[in-house]
Design a protein around this ligand. Structure first.
Ligand SMILES: Nc1nc2c(ncn2[C@@H]2O[C@H](COP(=O)(O)OP(=O)(O)OP(=O)(O)O)[C@@H](O)[C@H]2O)c(=O)[nH]1
Ligand SMILES: [Mg+2]
Length: 176
């Protein structure tokens, strides 16, 4: 049972500076780099991973999109063909969470509804007792956008990073 191999394009999106490129770098290289440049336009990377029921490795083509407002029109072109999205905000900056509605709208206007994971990054910067975005709000938003999962990560420490892509790969594969 199961298919032999699979290829999925995915996009990682969210406000400028939430840590999208740093998360990806940790996922691909297994370490933190502190001097990453703000993304210009887009970059893409390829990762192979093993998931149950798929005989061969799954290939993820991951598009890292620039979060700055003035790249909005550039991003539209890169959403096409994506089978999953990773939606990232910064746990230490509330405005990045508030902007998620407009991110979801932006991407759905181009590709409709595809499997998604909601990610709160920079877990290492927050004190559990003084969260600026209560966990319940994050979970409510996850339900609202029908995300498969809500993950809290630290691209600095590597916490939760692999989970994001593994869960998304499982979810995309369900649709086949
Ligand atoms: N402490 C901490 N810093 C982080 C974390 N993730 C990213 N950063 C820092 O946040 C800043 C922005 O990270 P980027 O990865 O460039 O953010 P981005 O979302 O790719 O930004 P754009 O490419 O401009 O859209 C950098 O200085 C990172 O080192 C994290 O989990 N913890
Ligand atoms: Mg970037």
């Amino acid at each position: 049972m199961g298919i032999k191999s699979a290829f999925y394009k995915i996009c990682i999106l969210g406000d400028f500076g939430v840590g999208k490129s740093t998360l990806l770098h940790h996922y691909l290289e297994g370490r933190f780099i502190s001097n990453i440049q703000s993304t210009i336009g887009s970059n893409f990377f390829v990762k192979h991973l093993k998931i149950p029921k798929v005989k061969n490795l799954v290939t993820l083509q991951i598009w890292d999109l620039a979060g700055q407002d003035h790249y909005k029109w550039v991003r539209q072109a890169f959403y096409k063909g994506a089978k999953g999205i990773v939606v990232v905000f910064d746990l230490s900056r509330k405005e990045t969470f508030k902007h998620l509605d407009s991110w979801i709208k932006e991407v759905e206007n181009v590709i409709g509804v595809v499997p998604r994971i909601l990610v709160g990054n920079k877990l290492d910067l927050i004190n559990p007792g003084e969260r600026v975005i209560p966990k319940q709000e994050c979970l409510t938003f996850k339900q609202k956008i029908k995300a498969s999962s809500y993950e809290e990560t630290s691209a600095k420490l590597g916490t939760g990073v692999e989970q994001i892509f593994y869960i998304l790969a499982l979810e995309m594969n369900k649709n086949y």
